[in-house]
Write a protein that binds this ligand. Structure first.
Ligand SMILES: Cc1cc2nc3c(=O)[nH]c(=O)nc-3n(C[C@H](O)[C@H](O)[C@H](O)COP(=O)(O)O)c2cc1C
Length: 374
């Protein structure tokens, strides 16, 4: 039986809901071409900016694995262990907008039915920086980019007016989104940082600014482990580290928690889920919470740089899932999207043993009616 994996998300038609996220798998034309040939429904380009980018003088990404026989987690003991996470302190693309522009045009001409989203990033501290957002947006959409993803989430910025420092500020989330919407002819997604107290507030600010979708998660702030022999951080430059980003299997439950907060608060809005996906079983979690697309980075990096086997497994997994559930009348993603969104409730709403009464931690008040449950 042939199944229909296609979907429409923020008005864009996708052959399947699986994208490579903005990261090394989408840092070059050749990678993106290979990704489309392998079957990815879409890609989000490595983030493009107008400010100078110089990466650290050492490795930019490593993978933390657990070695059960040694009882250790390490980045430096080879492939024998079980993957826990990626850790990176890589900045955005070190290629200029001029380098990207013709490539976006060429890729779209060669793959008109695949989705190319341009990830862009600028500052927010001056009119000049806000103009940079406009220039980036205009240049990419003129080349045929199907949509724009605003990077409000890069965790490695010293600049107060950029990256996750925008994503931590509701007013800036709104105003930057509004600036880009002012020139955008294509849908605008905003990628938020998970590193805030209540991500629902920043998501709301993006929607107030006119954003068409919220994307989450970027990597979680973290540091590498110390090697017990050398007492040096496993990843460092001249002995020094700074806070970088954790991705891969370790962040899946945390990223799902962030996503569930947002999809419950805005059930009618569009969300793209990222974090710890390597197979359809993980992607399914995001879809059941209400996401309309999902994105992958770490698993693709570890699979021939662009994830040809990952996309094969995602497509096969979703096809088998639809076939298995055909008796429920499910034919496509829209038929099961979001069906577990409302199963996440306040702690006090979870059933207690029949003979007990729980007031969410509050004492019953003598002489008053029962307090309303949250
Ligand atoms: C080496 C590396 C570079 C990344 N660069 C970017 C970037 O330029 N822009 C961006 O929005 N996210 C960037 N990310 C974050 C990923 O797109 C993704 O949100 C994150 O890795 C979580 O997904 P995963 O668990 O599938 O890895 C980067 C991640 C890694 C590991």
């Amino acid at each position: 039986m042939s199944v229909d994996l296609s979907t429409t998300f923020t008005g864009i038609k996708f052959p399947n809901p699986f994208l490579l996220s903005s990261a090394p798998p989408t840092e070059s034309e050749s990678n993106i071409v290979r990704a489309f040939e392998a079957g990815w429904g879409g890609v989000v380009t490595k983030t493009i900016g107008l400010h100078p980018v110089v990466n650290v003088a050492g490795p930019k990404t490593k993978f933390l694995r657990y070695y059960p026989e040694l009882g250790v987690s390490s980045m430096n003991k080879g492939r024998g262990g079980v993957l826990q996470s990626s850790w990176n302190w890589e900045l955005i693309s070190d290629k200029t907008l001029d380098w990207w522009v013709p490539r976006i045009g060429r890729i779209k001409k060669a793959f008109p039915d695949r989705v190319l989203i341009a990830s862009i990033m600028a500052g927010s501290g001056s009119d000049k920086e806000l103009d940079h957002w406009r220039s980036l947006a205009t240049a990419c959409q003129e080349q045929g980019a199907d949509g724009l993803e605003l990077n409000l989430s890069c965790p490695h910025m010293d600049r107060e007016d950029m990256g996750s420092n925008i994503g931590k500020d509701q007013k800036l989330c709104s105003s930057v989104t509004q600036v880009v919407k002012g020139v955008a002819k294509v849908p605008v997604w905003a990628k938020l940082t998970p590193s805030t107290t209540d991500i629902v507030l920043e998501a709301g600010a993006v929607f107030t600014g006119g954003g068409d979708a919220v994307v989450s998660s970027n990597t979680f702030p973290s540091i590498p482990l110390v090697d017990p022999e050398t007492l040096e951080f496993e990843m460092n430059v001249d002995g020094y580290v700074s806070s970088g980003g954790l991705g891969g299997p370790a962040i899946l439950p945390q990223s799902l928690a962030k996503m569930s907060q947002m999809t419950r608060a805005f059930p009618e809005r569009s969300f793209s889920g990222i974090g710890g996906i390597s197979d359809f079983n993980q992607a399914l979690n995001y879809l059941l919470l209400g996401c309309g697309t999902v994105q992958v980075c770490t698993a693709a990096m570890l699979d021939h740089a662009v994830g040809p086997n990952v996309i094969k497994r995602l497509v096969q997994g979703m096809s088998e899932f639809l076939e298995k559930n055909a008796h429920r009348g499910w034919k496509r993603l829209e038929d099961f999207r979001g069906i577990r969104r409302d199963r996440i409730v306040a702690h006090s709403q979870i059933r207690r043993p029949a003979d007990s009464d729980y007031q969410g931690g509050h004492e019953p008040q003598e002489g008053y009616a029962e307090p309303a449950r949250a």
